[in-house]
Design a protein around this ligand. Sequence first.
Ligand code: NDP
Ligand code: 2IT
Length: 453
Amino acid sequence: MQNYVSALMQDVKAKNPSEPEFHQAVKEVADSLVLVMERHPEYRSAKVLERMIEPERVIMFRVPWMDDNGGVQVNRGFRIEMNSAIGPYKGGLRFHPSVNLGILKFLAFEQVFKNSLTTLPLGGGKGGSDFNPKGRSDGELMRFCQSFMSELSRHIGPNTDVPAGDIGVGGREIGYLFGQYKRLANEFTGVLTGKGQNWGGSRIRPEATGYGAVYFASEMLATRKDDLTGKRCLVSGSGNVAQYAVEKLVELGARVISLSDSSGFIIDEEGFNAEKLHFIMDLKNVRRGRIHEYVEKFTDASYVEADASLDHNPLWKREAECAFPCATQNEINAQDAGNMLKGGVQVVCEGANMPVTPDGASVLLKSGILYGPGKAANAGGVAVSGLEMAQNSMRYGWTRDEVDQRLQMIMADIHRSCVDAAERFGTPGNYVNGANIAGFLKVADSMLDQGLV
Ligand code: NDP
Ligand code: 2IT
């Protein structure tokens, strides 16, 4: 069966050159599915995985817009409609200069499995642009979003494809995108999630990814009769996911000592509290500043600038019991993973998508610590997006408590599915295999039911 994986990977690399992140995401899933394919020849003969690797549709488009100086700017826009076997395409939009086809295909592929795990009827997709929002004025952002949506609007719809936020796309951007969609389509529908509270957004959606990751970590710890109280935690990133992971960790009595951005990381040995987090949220979301500004206000904390010449990130050398990578893909390599273990880490819970390299993941898996992969651990965000869609369909909104309860139930269900699937397919305790297998089976069976489409 290893031959099946290597033949598949050869084909993936030949057909999708220069897309290393996509190859990486496919390889991880294919490796997890070896035993599934052995036990279920019907998936092989129907070429289910081969079909899942091929997006149902890829949309690429020009995004022209005018900057504040009257200069013409041209960016590239994308939407990958990966799989609609179990529901409309669903997944975020990323605005970051590193965005390209391969990165969005990796994210769309991951999204298919993640969305399947949520228990909700959500297909998988992802999109975005190589547009860099940093340093752009509100006006520039709005004009970019309007131009982006002018094209995207013809491809999406509340029963077809429902985008949301990701890196560089938060409430402000969703607002501009929604406004333009509504104007073009002349209808008010739940075509995007992560909307503002006043115009159809679900309560807890901004918090959901970070909170969900913490709920997932609690579930993992509970299997060892442990919890987060008093645990020293490292968190990377300082955006949407990181901020609400910290909020929930602090609420549950953990001591969170770090945050980062692409320029460096801060360490606050005392741990964050509500006042410090309020400062961080204002800094990042309102003033749109950099994380190093934290140490100017809280002078006991320290800042370490990122050093690209190092083969490791010193953040992950800090002593801690839990790590929540919440920045971006491949931020933890094998050396970082080894350093984490030396520093006492017992839990790695991925708020970001694919933050650990394959070599790093194999170090973590061999160690026997609790390692929750992003497609399970960060599924709370898209799950509450699914709940936002349900509320929009009903033209009704649930309370904060109702949404939070559902989120907690969903994260517990995802955790149970991963544990069960890992056990059934011979690798108990391996959440990576469990998430890939459980996510795959639901989509694969639906594809078999629906014939060759
Ligand atoms: P934000 O844009 O709010 O924040 C991103 C954070 O990550 C920033 O601190 C940013 O720093 C840092 N970062 C981004 N790119 C890089 C890079 N190339 N190198 C180092 N640091 C980087 O994004 P989110 O918090 O929404 O997303 C974070 C991660 O979580 C992503 O992997 C995303 O795919 C994933 N995710 C997000 C969900 C959501 O609901 N938003 C749901 C599930 C997963 P800087 O400001 O310097 O760029
Ligand atoms: O990676 C992700 O799951 C997201 N960016 C959230 C997607 C969504 O549709 O809410």
